[in-house]
Design a protein around this ligand. Structure first.
Ligand SMILES: *Cc1c(COP(=O)(O)O)cnc(C)c1O
Length: 486
């Protein structure tokens, strides 16, 4: 038997004395991760982490070294079995992407390059610029639009709010602050909570965000928007920003984007779209027409880590007018001086387009995923998810114990088990927890028109029809058990 590989650092650096040992351990990790991904369907989607294992992750700061092989064994024992499960084909909760094997390898390469993409003149920044141009092309934006990769749509939406603020008040706002100016913004009642958080973090306060009511399809009502704008103007307030949703978090609804674009143009508002997952539907010829008007936005926030299947995290903001974008963030302290040549060349730098200075090489996993699979294949995943959502809706409609509570615009299906007495909100919440704890499937919940609903979001390239059948069968069985026991 060969002796197990030992990772021994050099006395005067953190590199191994023996790169062969590093290689062997690395190869084993790649092999194990391939086995993990290949065997996902056979595993529980999620299982709670036992208390005694949690306790092992509350150790004091280790002063002494440990064997890398032992640390890896702890990862396999403590972490890998108890992850959130969004890689699994039957993870259908919230709105989470599944990642992909190419992205896994890209993360290894990116970590090895260890590039800092805040700025300067190097190839990783060109990779990010390529990704941003692809994003602009996908959205139907001009190719000289600016953009930057961020942690997620929450931060991308915050960037959009700050760009809209600077557009409304000029660069002076960055020095003077809002100084009590009565700016107000508009979005729908169905918008993601991070829009409201962005208004909070940007210093406007959430009260400066008007939540416009929606129609029966959960889309913002243009008549109600017009009324709110008129009322605010009459009250001496200054409307500056309209945020549409393309794929709402609860039901996947898409606001009337072309109508919103027209209102924004007429009223001189910045038109931003939160298209966290919906933007990627532009890659599917079948779904693309639903997004008509998205290409008229001033800015769009979306995630590569949701429907593009890039491993977490990879959010993106794209802004039509690069100068307006930079006006909100660019500053040049002496230690970040730009030059015409040398490593300090290559401006504008990504740090000119967002709050981050040091930034990792997120762009590589996006670039490698899109190049390897191609945009058409990613679009097919989206079309397949939407077809599965329609199939699931049909099954729900055919089951007498279930009632669907929202239309299916894209990839989200909301329904309730109603063949039970008592508090149906509590019943359905318990049902979802039963299912999650069973490890069979993970839906989540939301509230639709005041009623708690089971929510199934199809975002995962691995999900098949049989997975949804398993979910519904398990849910019906659990519901009948609970209703019988009650
Ligand atoms: C997921 C989501 C967000 C938040 O995005 P993060 O990447 O989690 O920050 C915002 N809006 C919508 C519609 C979403 O689905």
């Amino acid at each position: 038997m060969s002796t197990p590989a030992r990772f021994q650092p050099e006395a005067d650096s953190l590199d191994p004395t023996d790169w062969q040992a590093f290689r062997e351990l690395g190869h084993r990790m790649v092999d194990d991760m391939a086995d993990f991904m290949a065997g996902l369907r056979e595993r529980p989607v999620w299982q709670p982490m036992p208390a005694e294992l949690r306790a092992e992750l509350r150790q004091p700061l280790p002063q002494a070294p440990a064997e890398l092989a032992e640390v890896y064994a702890d990862f396999q024992r403590l972490v890998q079995p108890y992850v959130v499960g969004n890689v699994h084909p039957r993870f259908l909760g919230w709105v989470q992407g599944a990642g992909n094997p190419v992205g896994v390898l890209a993360e290894l390469l990116a970590a090895t390059m260890n590039a800092n993409l805040g700025g300067r003149d190097h190839a990783p920044i060109e990779v990010e610029r390529q990704v941003i141009r692809w994003a602009a092309e996908m959205l139907g934006f001009p190719l000289d639009a600016s953009g930057v990769l961020v942690t997620g749509t929450s931060l991308a939406n915050l960037i959009a709010v700050l760009v809209a603020r600077t557009r409304a008040l000029g660069r002076a706002v960055r020095q003077d602050g809002l100084a009590g100016r009565p700016l107000v913004a508009y979005t729908s009642t169905e918008a993601h909570n991070c829009v409201s958080r962005a208004m909070d973090m940007a210093g406007f306060g959430t009260a400066a965000l008007r939540l416009i009511p929606c129609d029966d399809d959960h889309r913002m009502r243009l008549d109600a928007l017009a009324e709110a704008l008129a009322a605010d103007r009459a009250a001496g307030l200054q409307p500056f920003l309209l945020v549409g949703s393309a794929g709402t978090v609860d039901t996947g609804a898409i606001d009337p984007l072309a109508g919103l674009a027209r209102v924004a143009r007429e009223q001189g508002l910045w038109f931003h779209v939160d298209a966290a997952f919906g933007a990627l539907a532009m890659l599917s010829p079948e779904q693309r027409p639903l997004l008509a008007g998205l290409d008229e936005a001033d800015s769009v926030a979306f995630d590569f880590h949701k429907w593009a299947q890039v491993p977490y995290d990879a959010g993106c903001i794209v802004v039509r007018d690069a100068a307006a974008h930079a006006a909100a963030f660019a500053t040049v302290p002496a230690y970040l001086r730009r030059e015409a040549r040398g490593l300090a060349a290559g401006q504008p730098w990504p740090t000119d387009f967002g709050p981050d200075l040091s930034r990792g090489f997120r762009a590589l996993k996006v670039w490698m995923t899109i190049r390897t699979y191609g945009a058409d294949k990613l679009g097919e995943v989206i079309a397949r998810n939407c077809a599965l959502a329609r199939r699931l809706a049909a099954r729900v409609d055919a089951e007498p114990e279930l009632r669907r509570v929202a239309p299916v615009a894209l990839n989200v299906v909301c329904f309730r088990f109603e063949a039970a007495g008592g508090d149906l909100d509590r019943f359905n919440a318990d049902l979802v927890a039963d299912l999650q704890e069973s490890g069979i499937a993970v839906p989540s919940t939301t509230t639709i028109r005041g009623q708690l609903a089971v929510r199934v979001a199809l975002v995962n390239h691995r999900t098949r029809a049989e997975d949804l059948d398993l979910l519904v069968d398990a849910l019906l069985a659990a519901g009948r058990r609970r209703a019988g026991a009650a």
